[in-house]
Design a protein around this ligand. Structure first.
Ligand SMILES: [Zn+2]
Length: 96
């Protein structure tokens, strides 16, 4: 009431998880303004699971996918894929 409403107002409104303070997390240096997945949130974890499930179905030579996240805040950082090298070599032989 009686306050100007600017872009930050909507940024906060649309992203209720973002907190006041520095823009980047101290633990892993991630930009808090970005809509990072967080393994501590069950709905985000489901998205990560779905991604891995699709990935493993699509890439049959890939043995496993590790969702790497920050141990302090749980922000998802990257997928690390374990690849079956023997099968991959076989694949390239066939491709020739
Ligand atoms: Zn972190």
């Amino acid at each position: 009431m009686n306050k100007p409403i600017d872009r930050n107002y909507f940024k906060k409104k649309n992203n209720p998880r973002s907190k006041k303070g520095p823009r980047f997390t101290k633990c892993c240096g991630q930009d808090k303004d970005l809509d990072n997945l967080n393994v501590n949130y069950s709905e985000d974890w489901k998205l990560i699971e779905n991604h891995i499930e699709r990935h493993l179905r699509e890439y049959t030579k890939h043995i496993s996918v590790t969702p790497v996240s920050c141990e302090q805040c749980g922000i998802f950082l990257e997928y690390v894929t374990e690849i079956d090298i023997d099968k991959t070599l076989g694949f390239y032989e066939k491709a020739d």
